[in-house]
Design a protein around this ligand. Structure first.
Ligand SMILES: [Zn+2]
Length: 180
């Protein structure tokens, strides 16, 4: 079973980005936030997810990209449709995935969470390979950061009215929790 070593998941594809900053000193990592992404929406494969998290998405390559490229976002992990795990930011650092957010009354989820993006959209199911890889990733995170426990939630839960991902097809029961 792979482990998190110095913030990086063993065996994951590593594509480091400059889009991160330090977590506030002394922050306990105690939450996982599940997201979905596809560029363009509902179109799977291709280089654009790497490009957006690296800050290299060409705003002229697709009409949707004009706005998407202007958002300074990143994530710790991305799991594509085949289950390949890519890591862009060390878990020890703060990735920019949650935006304005509140979890169980506590604001600024980016400070204390790990972000996992699944390649997908809100209109179709995730793949078995994605759940298999997600379980590996979550198990490693729970072992490295025991404060996480059952605290795994959806972007839509911590940013209601603003975000709707990962959508109704994401099955939290696969992770042994209810997403709240
Ligand atoms: Zn999201």
């Amino acid at each position: 079973m792979p482990k998190i070593v110095a913030g990086w998941l063993e065996g994951a594809r590593q594509v480091p980005t400059a889009r991160f900053n330090r977590r506030p000193a002394g922050t306990d990592i105690c939450l996982i936030v599940i997201h979905c992404i596809a560029l363009p929406p509902c179109h799977f494969g291709g280089p654009h997810v790497d490009e957006i998290f690296l800050g290299r998405l060409d705003p002229t390559a697709h009409p949707y990209f004009k706005l998407a490229a202007a958002v300074e976002c990143s994530t710790h992990f991305f799991i594509n449709r085949t289950g390949l795990i890519t890591q862009y930011v060390s878990c020890l650092d703060r990735a920019w995935h949650a935006g304005r957010s509140v979890y169980r009354g506590r604001p600024e989820c980016n400070d204390y969470s790990v972000g996992i993006e699944l390649e997908g959209c809100e209109y179709c199911a995730y793949t078995t390979e994605q759940y298999d890889s997600l379980k590996v990733c979550v198990a490693a995170l729970r072992q490295a950061y025991p404060g996480i426990g059952d605290k795994i939630t959806a972007h839509s839960t911590i940013a209601p009215g603003r975000k709707t991902d990962p959508g109704p097809y994401f099955d939290f029961s696969q992770l042994g929790c209810n997403g709240n």
